[in-house]
Design a protein around this ligand. Structure first.
Ligand SMILES: NC(=O)c1ccc[n+]([C@@H]2O[C@H](COP(=O)([O-])OP(=O)(O)OC[C@H]3O[C@@H](n4cnc5c(N)ncnc54)[C@H](O)[C@@H]3O)[C@@H](O)[C@H]2O)c1
Length: 247
């Protein structure tokens, strides 16, 4: 048994946005280390995803304030503990900022920021009992202005600052809070756009590692941040972008 398996075996991990894409691969990575994983998603296909990996699931729209509390309680109800919260649920909107309407703006804020805040608030106490950690999936768009996803980038920038702030607030209780900022990762959220030659071509000319990212590239970094190897790391925002944000 690897030391990472020793570390996560019997630990309780919550992953949001886990029906597909990056969240499901993160959940799978923890399951492979025999953690007790609860997958949460608004998409009912989360059930099938979870069953395939022998994990628990919950269907819920994280825009509803009570869903965050329910998710944390459900996660901890069997083992009595919560060790890791990974916030991967998110939505993107491709539009010029000036054309985004009130409902679209509110939806971005509700899912990408408010829902994550509520989950972190609900998880803080159980995490503090076991010196657990939170990993938020932000985005390269939090720092770089990427065309047609400016309001999305603004929600992710706010999430970066929330993560850093909670790292400071929760540090004395032994809870670490970190973020991962993916670049161009092929998932259901991005695959149609990245399949367009006029989109992919310019990206590839600037991408130092010369390939798009995979959900597994992100999951490996999440595992590291959740592990004891990162015990002195908090408030970090780790880019997983093949170097794109440098160019
Ligand atoms: N794919 C990329 O290139 C990329 C880049 C940077 C950041 N990200 C971020 O990574 C995370 C995962 O994205 P992905 O690419 O896997 O996309 P995805 O669309 O495959 O996954 C997002 C998941 O969130 C779920 N979700 C959306 N709204 C929800 C709600 N209200 N309640 C519960 N679940 C909800 C969706 O059903 C979906 O399963 C997101 O936060 C995204 O912003 C992705």
């Amino acid at each position: 048994m690897s030391s990472q398996q020793d570390e996560f075996s019997g630990r309780t991990v919550v992953v949001t946005g886990a029906s597909g894409g990056i969240g499901s691969v993160i959940a799978q990575a923890f399951r492979e280390l025999t953690a007790d994983v609860l997958l949460i998603d608004a998409d009912p296909r989360v059930q099938e995803t979870a069953e395939c990996m022998g994990a628990r699931w919950m269907v819920g729209d994280l825009r509803q304030p009570e869903v965050a509390r329910e998710a944390i309680n459900t996660a901890a109800e069997e083992s009595g503990r919560l060790d890791v919260l990974v916030n991967a649920a998110g939505v993107q909107l491709r539009k010029d900022a000036i054309d985004v309407d009130e409902d679209e703006w509110q939806r971005l804020l509700d899912i990408n920021l408010s829902a994550v805040y509520r989950l972190m608030r609900a998880a803080a106490d159980p995490l503090s009992r076991v010196q657990g950690s939170i990993i938020n999936i932000t985005s390269m768009a939090a720092e770089r202005v990427l065309p047609r996803i400016v309001p999305y980038g603004a929600t992710k920038a706010a999430l970066v600052q929330l993560s850093r702030g909670l790292a400071v607030e929760l540090g004395p209780q032994g809870v670490r809070v970190n973020a991962v900022a993916p670049g161009y990762i092929t998932t259901p959220m991005t695959q149609d756009n990245l399949a367009k030659p006029e989109v992919l071509g310019p990206i590839m000319t600037r991408l130092p590692l010369q390939r798009l990212g995979t959900p597994a590239d992100v999951a490996e970094v999440v595992l590291f941040l959740a592990s004891d190897a990162a015990r002195y790391v908090t408030g970090a925002v780790v880019p997983v972008d093949g170097g794109y944000s440098l160019t």
